[in-house]
Design a protein around this ligand. Structure first.
Ligand SMILES: *Cc1c(COP(=O)(O)O)cnc(C)c1O
Length: 975
């Protein structure tokens, strides 16, 4: 036997089918070879003529060795920088069982509530934590970062301006003491909305000025100062202004929360609740407000409802608003958010409980107090004597700052350096010896010796805020925050929730457009290394050489893959990428003097985030029609382009289309836009059907985003994190996003779109690993198998279900649509019934009713083997038989397995069973399940009931055991 000395190729593990299975599938598809299949699918005129130029593929072990070397180029300094980012201890039980556990990180956004009860509960814990700590009435779960959360608040409040004087007010006041990155994000986000921002000193602003409709304050502010805000909030309210407060959650365990001072909205980050800094992210931001705004809250809200049996159940509330209804009337484009991180932060609060959090907060506060006292003895002055964890030393000369900086660097410490001061922030990972170190460093810039006895002073240290600032109300009293404080209890709670959720660890999740492919273990390993986790986003860049190597390589590789000139890694979701891309286009037109170019054309089949992002970028959205094949209607497009020629900014187009078709005319479409002076934005959600065969630049686009959490293997996390970097042609490079804290585009680009300069930097390691382990050949093969798998599924299902829209020769791209509308018409079985019935078979439903209502869109991805595809097909075919039983009158139109789906264990094993079909038929529709059954935790949830009776915080624990219905219209917690 010939000996093969090559290392194992990663792509053989990433890609599901082996050579023999591929041949079997090709036969079903009646294609002679993969080459032939792809040539029939992808139009010749847009195919690439040469292979991608990427470094050779590494095996898993080679890659891990390689990335370890890169990681070691990041130097971990102790961070005292603060500014909303703190070092934290992720409790190990949470690290291993959530962050490093595919049972949690491979789940999808919880649209299918019955098989998502675990993370829905975790998210309602998060919401309860936020409402309790902020003193507000309702909170969402969750937003992308503090800066964008503040922007969302302003835009929500703008829509709710009130009072005769304020109805048309268009100016928003922002305290100059907000974090600089928040101000940077606001500048960009607010300007296109034609709202004016004024930055200034909140003590001096004239709130009777009729132009203002609201104000934003930071609490504690960016220099650490804590002030009683009740007075300014009252004045603002007396003048019919809204008040948003950006608040540090940990400080609120000790300080009077903004809610009790009357704030209308409270926003912030939950990073320091157990989520590593990761050089900027990902972390969950929170958004809390008053009941009166509950129907305007951006992002997702988890609510309580009842299931078909009347038992309490969780689900995403008001979920149809943004994507499906509002579209061009939307004011927020939040889709992928930061669910996994919100889950971690909520669990951190549950693990520590109210006492534990208060203990951490008082330690952090104590360290700051000790430092402040010691610095005073050394003769230094601080900006304020009311602070939580941050003190800012003021009145320093340049020489002193240089001295402090160089001594701090020698000791491996990063401080925040200001013009005439130094900021010092403490967190739970610091201790008394750090205070000692800080004082010794400062002594070097003082004429006095450091003789402050930290140990001794610490013995008498007290939390003693003045009455107006000291929190008196209790929080986190719900049992969920008080019963999982031992590791065993927490471990079992995490497992219990995990077990209620269906994830990729159970079966394929064939969500069209979402590309739920393998998230390989090797790809996930580096991101929890401290070399990637423990770096502050504003640490000096020369301490993050490993990160910058990774960014440069990703820039190079993603540029090669897209055919573009440069990549911006700042947008932290696909929708943020859309917004960023449109803002660069806008900046380009403006630089050319074309300020009137404010129309974006969006096809009717576009994802809901497209029009929403366009509105946020200040565009007027013009919708263009699709023809009966799902393609853009060229005649209609031409008409619109000509009509708006003068005002044309851009076209947003998804390619291959959201219908899963490679439109033949894409080049002509792009050309038409260019001829009228517009630019083409390509929504890159479907890149999985392009890599190595065609590219956004090849089809004629000027800019696109890449959902790294789809095509490039970042796990979906149950609804986030994600990354949405954009690629652009050369002429748009000067307008890529900048950042006020870290100069990244020469200070000339558009203002920051994320709080952190490189978005959620730490998860870029995942996509980096994927590209480096697949190599050019592996990536190209992934595209081929994604298309093969889709065509195989389509061809196996086409005799059982009508297939909507295919391309030339009946081929689909990497996804296709099954049309269920006739069943609804004929026998009342709809897409929801099929989706819910799939749960009884152990599968997550494909994408429902997008882009066409009443249909399912199936995307298998290249990672599914033929066995799994066959299991899914068998389920779909069996469900078709169940529909036929209703058609034939064998099954009752209402009392049937589809209408009653899904069947929970509680229902199936109950002593009462009065259905006209058997229990076996209900729960074991295919033999495989007798030894591997996934049980939906609840029966079908009642969405309408939940939306009518919005309850968004934890249920009393008894509710589950006693099966009582949540009280209508009121929060059952606190009871
Ligand atoms: C997923 C998706 C988006 C939105 O991306 P997020 O990362 O969720 O913000 C936009 N367009 C299409 C077609 C998508 O599938």
């Amino acid at each position: 036997m010939q000996i093969n000395f090559e290392n194992e190729r990663f792509s053989t593990r990433h890609i599901g089918p082996d050579a023999q299975q591929k041949n079997e599938m090709l036969e079903v598809c009646e294609a002679g070879s993969i080459e032939q299949l792809l040539k029939e699918t992808i139009p010749a005129k847009i195919r690439l003529d040469k292979p991608l130029n990427l470094p050779p593929a590494l095996s898993e072990n080679e890659y891990l060795d390689h990335i370890k070397k890169t990681a070691s180029r990041n130097e971990i300094y102790k961070s005292f920088i603060g500014m909303g980012y703190y070092d934290t201890h992720t409790p190990n039980v949470i690290l291993r069982n959530i962050l490093e556990n595919p049972g949690w990180y491979t789940a999808y956004t919880p649209y299918q509530a019955e098989i998502s009860q675990g993370r829905l509960e975790a998210l309602i814990n998060f919401q309860t934590m936020v409402t309790d700590l902020t003193g507000m009435e309702i909170a969402n779960a969750s937003l992308l970062d503090e800066g964008t959360a503040a922007a969302e608040a302003i835009s929500m409040l703008h829509g709710r301006r009130r009072g005769k004087k304020r109805k048309n007010a268009n100016t928003f006041f922002v305290s100059e003491n907000c974090h600089p990155q928040t101000k940077s994000v606001l500048k960009g986000r607010i300007e296109p909305l034609e709202i004016e921002l004024v930055f200034g000193d909140p003590e001096k602003v004239d709130l009777t000025d009729e132009n203002y409709f609201g104000i934003l304050l930071q609490y504690p502010d960016t220099y650490g100062t804590v002030k009683d805000l009740s007075e300014i909030i009252k004045t603002a309210h007396d003048n019919q202004l809204f008040v948003t407060v950006a608040a540090d959650l940990l400080s609120l365990t000790l300080l009077t929360p903004p809610g009790e001072m009357g704030a209308d909205v409270v926003v912030g980050t939950t990073q320091r609740f157990g989520v590593p800094m990761g050089y900027g992210g990902p972390h969950a931001a929170y958004f809390a407000t008053k009941e009166e705004f509950k129907r305007q809250i951006p992002g997702r809200i988890i609510g309580v409802t009842k299931d078909a049996e009347g038992n309490p159940a969780y689900r995403m509330a008001l979920q149809t608003r943004e994507q499906h209804i509002r579209r061009e009337k939307a004011t927020s484009n939040i889709c992928t958010a930061q669910v996994l991180l919100a889950v971690i932060s909520g669990m951190y609060a549950a693990y520590h409980g109210p006492q534990g959090l208060k203990k951490i907060a008082s330690k952090v506060h104590g360290l700051a107090k000790l430092t402040s006292a010691g610095l005073q003895e050394l003769g230094f002055k601080t900006v304020s004597d009311q602070f939580f964890d941050t003190i800012t030393v003021k009145g320093l000369g340049a020489d002193q700052i240089d001295e402090i900086r160089s001594r701090a660097i020698d000791r491996g410490m990063n401080f925040r350096y200001l013009d005439e001061g130094v900021g010092l922030s403490f967190d739970e990972t610091k201790d008394l010896s750090d205070v000692e170190d800080v004082l010794n460093i400062f002594a070097g810039a003082s004429t006095k010796e450091n003789s402050f006895d930290v140990q001794k002073a610490s013995m008498v240290m007290r939390v003693d805020f003045p009455e107006s600032l000291a929190r008196t109300t209790s929080y986190l009293e719900h049992p969920v925050f008080n019963q999982f404080h031992s590791e065993h209890e927490m471990l079992r709670y995490l497992k219990e929730l995990e077990n209620r959720d269906l994830s990729l660890t159970h079966s394929m999740i064939s969500l069209g457009s979402c590309t739920m492919k393998l998230n390989a273990t090797a790809e996930m390993i580096p991101l929890t290394w401290p070399e990637f986790g423990s770096i502050h986003p504003f640490a000096p860049t020369d301490q993050a050489k490993g990160y910058h190597q990774l960014f440069d390589e990703l820039d190079e590789w993603l540029s090669e893959i897209t055919g573009f000139e440069k990549i911006s890694l700042q947008p932290n979701s696909g929708a943020q990428g859309e917004y960023t891309g449109l803002m660069t286009i806008r900046a380009y037109h403006r630089a050319n003097g074309d300020t009137q170019r404010d129309v974006t054309i969006v096809p009717s089949s576009a994802h809901g985030t497209n029009p929403a992002s366009a509105v946020m970028a200040g565009m007027d959205v013009v919708v263009t029609k699709c023809d009966e094949n799902g393609n853009i209607d060229l005649d209609d497009l031409r008409e619109k382009v000509e009509k708006y020629s003068d005002r044309l900014s851009s076209l947003m187009v998804t390619y291959p289309s959201t219908h899963g078709v490679f439109e033949e005319d894409i080049r002509e479409i792009c050309q038409m836009i260019h001829e009228h002076g517009g630019l083409v934005y390509m929504d890159g959600a479907n890149m999985n059907a392009q890599i190595g065969w065609t590219s956004p630049a090849q089809i004629g686009a000027d800019v696109c985003h890449l959902n790294l959490h789809k095509t490039f293997c970042i796990p979906h996390g149950g609804g986030g994190p994600g990354m949405g970097p954009i690629g652009v042609v050369e002429k748009l490079v000067p307008y890529l996003p900048d950042h006020d804290v870290v100069n990244i585009n020469g200070g000339k680009g558009i203002p920051a779109v994320s709080s952190a300069p490189w978005g959620s930097a730490s998860i870029l390691t995942i996509s980096h690993a994927y590209i480096r382990m697949m190599g050019a050949d592996g990536l190209k093969e992934a595209t081929e198998v994604a298309i093969l798998n889709a065509n195989y599924l389509k061809d196996r299902l086409k005799d059982h279900y009508p297939i909507l829209y295919t391309g030339r020769g009946g081929r689909s791209a990497h996804e296709f649509i099954v049309d269920l509308r006739d069943f609804k018409q004929d026998v009342g079985i709809d897409a929801t019934d099929v989706a819910k019935r799939l749960m009884d078979y152990g599968f997550h439903a494909p994408t429902m009713s997008f882009p066409v209502p009443g249909t399912l869109m199936i995307e298998p991805t290249e990672s599914e083997s033929k066995e799994e595809l066959d299991r899914f097909c068998d389920a779909m075919i069996q469900i078709r038989k169940e529909i036929r039983e209703v058609e034939d009158g064998e099954a009752d139109p209402e009392e049937n397995v589809l209408k009653h789906a899904p069947h929970s264990m509680r229902v199936a094993l109950s002593d009462e069973w009065n259905r006209p079909y058997s229990r076996e038929k209900a729960v074991f529709p295919v033999p495989h399940q007798r030894y591997n059954k996934f049980w939906p935790a609840v029966s079908r949830v009642d969405d309408a009931y939940g939306d009518r009776n919005l309850v968004c915080s934890c249920l009393p624990v008894e509710a589950y055991s006693e099966g009582q219905e949540p009280a209508a219209g009121e929060s059952v917690y606190p009871a």
